[in-house]
Design a protein around this ligand. Structure first.
Ligand code: NI
Length: 503
């Protein structure tokens, strides 16, 4: 071992654990006693701050058979809530599509302060366990993967530090991948003494004195919020993200375009290795929709019993979708709603009775909208972050109520008119719906469909096949590019990054 100061933990991920739990908690008391040869000190545990420090109290739970997904209610911090939603959905989808039956998703707060919050999510699948981190900047309401904690210029130093640790080679090579669960990169978290834990195939510890100089301002805030947690509160108004809180690709694109000027600061320490220095990878969370042609399929007015047929198609095609659920149908088919959630699709709210909101009394609007968070929290353990008004009908008063209920208003960019049976019906209608979805969709688009109609459910498979052939990638609504800029009560009809004018 080249760096004797480091302590290396036991392998916890990617393999079955047979009676040798590295868990720092005393719950594994039946474990085999450690042999004297293996008496090296174990890695410290990640800090777990009381959820009350971020105003979250207890997590909600979705539990079906051997699948348990917890969600911390963090709606005071919108981008953190969205990032948690995207991460949970992505994990559930991947595991459902892989046929995994035993799943646990356990979010915890690793760091809290007035400036920053780190959410550390433990993901257990079968006998394996691994982690994902969300690093959140309070002032600018921005969520990132944990690499946002590391200075771009110190990137090579971190990689060298990790690969120098015992068993660290694999962890170091995974560091450059996209953050788990969107890629395979390890999670980063802090221990109570300020040391950094790199949670991959091995648990690598980088002592505080070594990691501190490598941290960005956000990283240092998170470190101090782990060593000495304090209560987090959102500001009156969120600011623009600080310089440096952008992706390395954006940050590095500008200087290379002007070769005549003085060269910018080096992107990596030249002393680290003889390898050409590679820049810090992307710090955005979620699918890379700046590169991919992302599109969101949305299904309104369900769930109905036949929605399960649609779920089978989506599973077979490995395509996520977003469902805007109607309260009355949720009441009639609560099991189907849970199945949608367990399969990792996104669920938004679509009122209780499908009333036209601008025509209803203020009291009635409040009931129609606020039932969403209550009803869905009870069934799923999480409140919806997105809302779609019936008929797309809303006004400033309705938007205020949506905002008060911590949801963003989501319309569409492609109306397939799958609800209109006045011109064609049956297979002809299905064909018309497929043509509209395939021909009218642009990257960042949101496609409107209704899972209550058999003709629309039949359109799902050909739409997915044909749009895939055109190079589109399916994502949920809040994975569309620019989702970090969703604000409660605001209206979107396509990817927020497109800044489309909506109705
Ligand atoms: Ni509707």
């Amino acid at each position: 071992m080249r760096h004797p100061g480091w302590v290396v933990g036991l392998t916890i991920a990617g393999m079955a654990l047979v009676g040798c739990s590295p868990s720092p908690t005393p719950t594994g008391s039946a474990a085999v006693p450690e042999s004297p040869q293996e008496s090296k000190p174990s890695a410290p545990a990640p800090v777990q701050v009381q959820p009350g420090m971020v105003g979250a109290q207890t997590p909600g739970v979705l539990s079906v058979d051997s699948i348990k997904a917890e969600t911390l209610p963090v709606a005071k911090f919108p981008a953190l809530a969205l990032a948690q939603e995207n991460l949970r959905g992505q994990v559930l989808r991947q595991l459902a599509w892989a046929g995994e039956k035993r799943i646990e998703i356990l979010p915890a707060i690793n760091s809290a302060s007035k400036d920053a919050i780190a959410l550390l999510v433990e993901i257990k699948a079968g006998d394996a366990s691994r982690y994902a981190t969300i690093a959140y900047d309070v002032a600018s309401n921005s969520a990132f993967n944990p690499l946002a904690m590391i200075e771009p210029t110190k990137w090579a130093e971190l990689v060298a530090a990790v690969s120098g640790a015992e068993g660290g080679d694999q962890v170091a090579s995974a560091l450059s991948e996209q953050a788990f669960p969107f890629g395979n990169a390890p999670a980063l978290a802090f221990a109570a003494d300020g040391s950094l834990l790199v949670l991959g195939d091995q648990r690598i510890v980088i002592p505080a004195e070594q990691i501190t100089p490598m941290l960005t301002p956000l990283g240092r805030k998170l470190q101090s919020g782990a060593v000495k947690p304090e209560k987090a509160e959102p500001p009156q108004k969120f600011s623009e993200p600080a310089p440096g809180l952008t992706d390395s690709r954006e940050a590095s694109a500008a200087p290379t375009a002007s070769p005549g000027q003085a060269s910018p600061a080096p992107t990596a320490s030249p002393t680290a290795s003889s390898e050409p220095s590679s820049p810090r990878p992307r710090i955005s969370l979620g699918p890379d929709c700046d590169k991919l042609k992302c599109v969101a399929l949305t299904f309104d007015d369900g769930p109905v019993a036949e929605t399960t047929d649609l779920l089978k198609v989506l599973r077979e095609k490995k395509a996520p979708a977003t469902f805007f659920a109607l309260g009355n149908n949720v009441k009639a088919h609560p099991g189907v709603l849970k199945e949608i959630g367990i399969e990792g699709h996104q669920i938004g709210w679509h009122t209780v009775t499908h009333g036209e909101l601008p025509r209803l009394s203020a009291d009635r609007v409040r009931t129609e909208v606020s039932s969403g968070p209550n009803t869905l929290s009870q069934l799923l353990g999480w409140a919806p972050v997105i809302f779609r008004p019936p008929y797309g009908a809303h006004n400033a008063k309705v938007d205020e109520v949506i905002k008060a209920n911590n949801m963003a208003n989501v319309m569409w960019s492609v109306d397939t008119k799958d609800w209109d049976k006045s011109r064609v019906q049956g297979a002809e209608l299905t064909q018309a719906v497929v043509s509209s979805a395939v021909n009218d969709t642009k990257p960042g688009g949101i496609i409107l469909l209704h899972d209550i109609h058999g003709t629309s459910r039949a359109a799902a498979a050909p739409i997915i096949d044909q749009l895939s052939k055109k190079g589109f990638t399916f994502v949920t609504v809040t994975e569309l590019p620019g989702w970090q800029h969703f604000a409660w009560g605001r209206t979107y009809c396509a990817a927020p990054s497109l800044k489309a004018t909506c109705f």
